[in-house]
Write a protein that binds this ligand. Structure first.
Ligand SMILES: *Cc1c(COP(=O)(O)O)cnc(C)c1O
Length: 350
């Protein structure tokens, strides 16, 4: 392992050397005057979206920065977290040379992106309590390990990783530690954003797809040091967040009271669902959840899954993931949807 954190050693050499594409909207920065833009070959007739969007999404970042207590230069936005995660792979992992560490059972995209980018994925299965096996993780690290992906709260298990485990990984590993906080707004734990300034190797991803109710606009967020964000900015497609998504994101971010109310309702419904499920004979275990879903161990998950689909309810069968034999993942729906799920489950014959 390298003796200390040095970002230059982590970045792919070609990325370090390259010059980013300079778009028309990058080259000329508006200074508040009314200007005539004849620089980007757009159609000049106004219809709301005839102009290219702001490549740096300044308005959205401005709101996020003030809400989260970070600077705009510490934020990178992408077309969903999936793009953000892909940018992280492509900036730091040299195909066929570097490796990353992931902790199954977890979000499937890390492995897909590793495969796409020809980067070895070293898997270290979670312990049976779904916490990271820190010693085994650190043992897997070698001089080509660039990134450790931690998903907390974790999908599909629903739990948060302990602060002590994450802190130990952050302090012992000189590559990047990406904490995927897609479900943080449902969690009782605090976000690692509060401690971003303590760790130069920390990268946090969040999204508007879950608690914020904006899965359709595809807006993923990355918080990291300015140096890391600079590198990701260099390789991102210039106009990666479209104008409609930027406008909708702004509206929703300013709607934080509604989002908070919805989150509270979802959490209440989650616990109601837990209570109702716990009374069913075929339910063997309901795992603790810090997210908007429950992972549930049942008798014959494959059969239950099919029966649910036949009755018109689609859940996720997670049975073929490590430690998840015979589990179904139920997303918490509206009160009516949750009632429907429970009614259908009650009617199923074992
Ligand atoms: C749903 C989810 C995301 C969201 O990805 P987007 O591309 O932002 O929609 C990210 N990480 C995890 C673990 C998720 O479950």
């Amino acid at each position: 392992m390298k003796s200390s954190f040095d970002l230059k050693n982590l970045v792919r050499p070609n990325v370090l050397k390259m010059k980013p594409y300079s778009s028309a909207r990058d080259e000329y920065k508006t200074d508040g005057r009314k200007m005539t833009f004849l620089d980007a070959n757009e159609n000049p007739f106004d219809n709301g979206v005839n102009r290219y969007p702001d490549p740096q999404q300044g308005k959205v970042k401005h709101v996020l920065a003030s809400q989260k207590g970070v600077s705009e230069a510490q934020i990178l936005l992408g077309n969903g977290s999936d793009e953000v995660l892909d940018l992280i792979f492509r900036a730091f992992c040299q195909p066929q040379v570097d490796n990353v560490i992931t902790l199954p059972p977890t979000y499937g995209m890390y492995k897909v992106l590793a495969g796409l980018n020809e980067v070895e994925d070293r898997e270290v299965v979670l312990k049976t309590d779904f916490q990271p096996d820190v010693d085994s993780i650190l043992q897997k690290v070698d001089e080509r390990t660039k990134i450790i992906f931690l998903c907390s709260p974790n999908n599909p298990t629903g739990n948060s990783f302990s602060e002590a485990s994450i802190e130990k990984i952050l302090k012992s590993f000189n590559g990047l530690v990406v904490i995927d906080e897609a479900y943080i707004d449902f969690s009782a734990e605090r976000s690692w954003l509060e401690r971003l300034h303590e760790f130069p190797n920390l990268v946090i991803t969040q999204t508007l797809s879950k608690a914020f109710g904006q899965a359709g606009i595809r807006l993923g967020i990355c918080y990291a040091s300015e140096e890391i964000v600079d590198i990701l900015n260099k390789i991102k497609p210039p106009y990666n967040v479209n104008e409609l998504s930027q406008q909708k994101a702004l509206t929703q971010l300013k709607n934080s009271e509604v989002v908070k109310e919805e989150v509270q309702l979802i959490l209440k419904e989650r616990e109601l669902l837990r209570t109702n499920l716990s009374k069913m004979a075929f339910v063997k275990e309901i795992f603790p959840s810090d997210a908007n879903f429950l992972l549930v161990r049942v008798e014959d998950a494959d059969k239950k899954y099919k029966q649910l689909v036949e009755a018109g309810v689609v859940v996720r069968n997670r049975s073929n993931q490590e430690l998840c034999e015979n589990t179904l993942r139920f997303t918490v729906g509206t009160p009516d949807e949750n009632k429907e799920l429970i009614e259908v489950l009650k009617r199923l014959k074992a």
